[in-house]
Design a protein around this ligand. Structure first.
Ligand code: NAP
Length: 569
């Protein structure tokens, strides 16, 4: 019983979030380990980020044949994507198919946003409370909250929004009934991956679209297309090969980075390679030369090519100038891919406002006021991004050992061991948390890897009568240092003041590179090594005695050696 006289629902494990990670974690823990398990989901349906992000043009930038689960052959046989990149609606259809197939709905509590999760040392249990007052008690808590969840969507603090006479929306919290732009003057703020996807679609029906751009973005055509029967045949015949590739390469995508360096080829050949990569489209453009991500001079060549492409598409030279006025290194911000983004600026009903030179001062009742001008608008669309990676976790009041708050522990930036656990927060697992490759990858690959790692870990604990696991302070410290070392070897480091990877989009957020930049293949090898060595770097033990934590019998409280991090790999 709790203070209100209500019963806590008792479970072995509880999962927060019904996106790709939460759904698969439910399958792994309930169906394969036999744990009593439930999911708490804030939305009224499954899909996580895809449930909320249903803005016009929402589409994944991972290729569809790599953006599905690979754990079940039957499921792979049964599902066929219709396009090269899956659209939001088709992704939701796919996940509903999975839910049905594995009978997941009965174990999901919808409309159950988690407010708090407190670890009870006496009981070795997590006590979890939702917004609607439900209370749960579980041994293992899995935060499958995603990196860009709905709670972390950001609307910049413009004064006057409350007085705006029209309607306004954030793309990450889009109305399910849709928005009718017909005959409307629309103002769109933000030109990240989202803004670049949505502008061309909004422009098709709005009477006028005004794009307010602060920093321009590089973008490569997606070259989206329907998938024909030849491609489906290729997939059936090469499934194992594709699976192996995406699960062992750097970024989980179904392509390999070229081994060719940019200055090893003639100018003519370089141009030809860039052209081919541009025509092929998509994220693989980044990998058309091996050194684009590592060598600034090589990167400059890619920047030059991309700017020339934009100038060749955009007919108005003033607009082209504003669209090519980038001051970030290509790839240090998440590179968007698009369908007709730059072409959209050739439409008569689309204008571009440079809010870098003339910032937005306020929202006024009839629209937007910049330093130079006022714009009359009927609808505002905020494609202004997220408090990424840490936001989804810190928006929940999480308290670990001795009531210590995660918000305090992470005040100088996130610290984790493997992006999976945090010292001081026993039995709490994060899927694709800070310190894991996550957003640098095709997300499904790290999701499956994390879910299966957690499953294996909890299976090991069950078998050995262990019910307590906590990353040590030492291993966490080492992992944080290792993360810093690997990012320093890349050009990502130039994104410190530009990129949400560093938290640079949130005033006051510590500038810490949040994802792991060492590559998915390497990361997976480290995780496997840790498991093979009976979870080196974690404290493990049994805490059934109803006492506060006692140093465990099976403790492996040793620092993870440097050798584990680097030399062996
Ligand atoms: P984002 O990349 O953070 O972009 C936010 C945009 O809002 C930027 O253009 C930013 O300008 C602008 N902005 C923010 N505050 C502003 C202000 N005060 N005044 C003017 N402009 C302002 O967010 P996002 O586009 O939603 O994308 C976030 C991530 O979601 C992506 O990087 C990607 O990982 C994921 N995503 C994936 C897909 C996909 O799979 N296809 C699609 C969409 C999103 P500055 O650049 O000047 O800061």
């Amino acid at each position: 019983m709790n203070n209100n006289g209500l019963k806590n629902i008792k479970l072995d494990s509880l999962i927060i979030g019904a996106g790709f990670s939460g759904l698969y974690q439910l399958i792994a823990l309930r169906n394969r380990l036999g744990f009593s398990t439930k999911i708490l989901e804030a939305g009224n349906g499954i899909g996580g980020t895809w449930y909320w992000n249903r803005y016009p043009g929402a589409r994944c930038d991972s290729e569809s044949h790599s953006y599905n689960y690979y754990f079940d052959d039957e499921l792979l046989d049964e599902w066929q994507w219709s396009e090269r990149y899956p659209g939001q609606e088709e992704i939701i259809k796919y996940l509903n198919y999975v839910v049905e197939k594995f009978d997941l709905n009965k174990d999901i509590y919808f409309n159950s946003r988690v407010l708090s999760a407190h670890y009870d040392q006496q009981k070795n249990k997590w006590l979890v409370v939702t917004e609607n007052g439900q209370r749960f008690e579980c041994t293992y808590l899995i935060a499958a909250v995603g990196c860009l969840d709905n709670s972390s969507s950001i609307i910049p603090k413009f004064s006057g929004l409350e007085n705006f006479k029209g309607d306004w929306y954030h793309t990450g919290n889009w109305p399910h009934e849709g928005v009718d732009f017909k005959g409307k003057r629309v103002g769109q703020i933000g030109t990240g991956s989202t803004g670049i996807q949505t502008a061309p679609i909004i422009a098709e029906t709005a009477s006028h679209l005004t794009v307010f751009q602060r920093n321009p973005n590089f973008s490569v055509p997606a070259s989206n297309r329907p998938l024909n029967s030849d491609f489906q045949k290729y997939l059936r015949e090469n499934r194992e090969k594709i699976k192996k590739m995406i699960q062992s390469n750097t970024n989980g995508h179904p392509f390999l980075f070229s081994e060719c360096k940019i200055f090893d080829v003639s100018e003519e050949e370089r141009e030809e390679i860039f052209e081919r990569a541009w025509e092929n489209g998509g994220l693989s453009f980044r990998g058309c030369f091996q050194d684009i991500a590592f060598d600034k001079k090589a990167n400059d060549m890619a920047v030059d090519f991309l700017k020339r492409k934009i100038r060749s598409i955009v007919k108005n030279p003033e607009k082209a100038k504003v669209l090519t006025n980038m001051d970030h290194v290509f790839g240090t911000k998440r590179p968007p891919i698009d369908t007709n983004y730059f072409e959209t600026f050739n439409r008569d009903n689309v204008s571009l406002v440079d809010v870098k030179s003339s910032p937005i001062e306020s929202i006024i009742p009839k629209g937007i006021k910049t330093k130079k001008e006022e714009y009359e608008l009927d609808i505002l669309v905020f494609a202004t991004g997220f408090d990424a990676m840490t936001g989804p976790l810190l928006n929940i009041d999480i308290q670990g050992l001795d009531g210590k708050k995660l918000r305090d522990i992470w005040k100088d930036g996130p610290k984790t061991f493997l992006g999976i656990q945090i010292a001081g927060f026993p039995n709490l697992f994060t899927i694709t948390g800070p310190g894991s490759p996550s957003v640098l990858c095709n997300m499904i690959v790290p999701i499956e890897q994390h879910v299966e790692w957690i499953e294996k870990c909890l299976g090991y604990m069950k078998k050995n009568n262990i019910n307590y696991i906590e990353a040590t302070q030492g291993s966490m410290k080492k992992w944080v240092e290792h993360n810093e070392d690997v990012v320093n070897e890349t050009l990502f480091i130039h994104g410190k003041e530009h990129s949400w990877y560093f938290g640079a989009n949130i005033p006051g957020k510590p500038r810490v590179f949040m994802p792991y930049a060492g590559g998915m293949g390497r990361y997976k090898a480290i995780c496997n090594d840790v498991a093979r060595q009976n979870y080196i770097g974690f404290k493990l033990g049994n805490n059934d005695k109803g006492k506060t934590y006692i140093p465990p019998k099976l403790s492996v409280d040793i620092l993870v050696e440097d050798v584990l991090m680097t030399k062996k790999l």
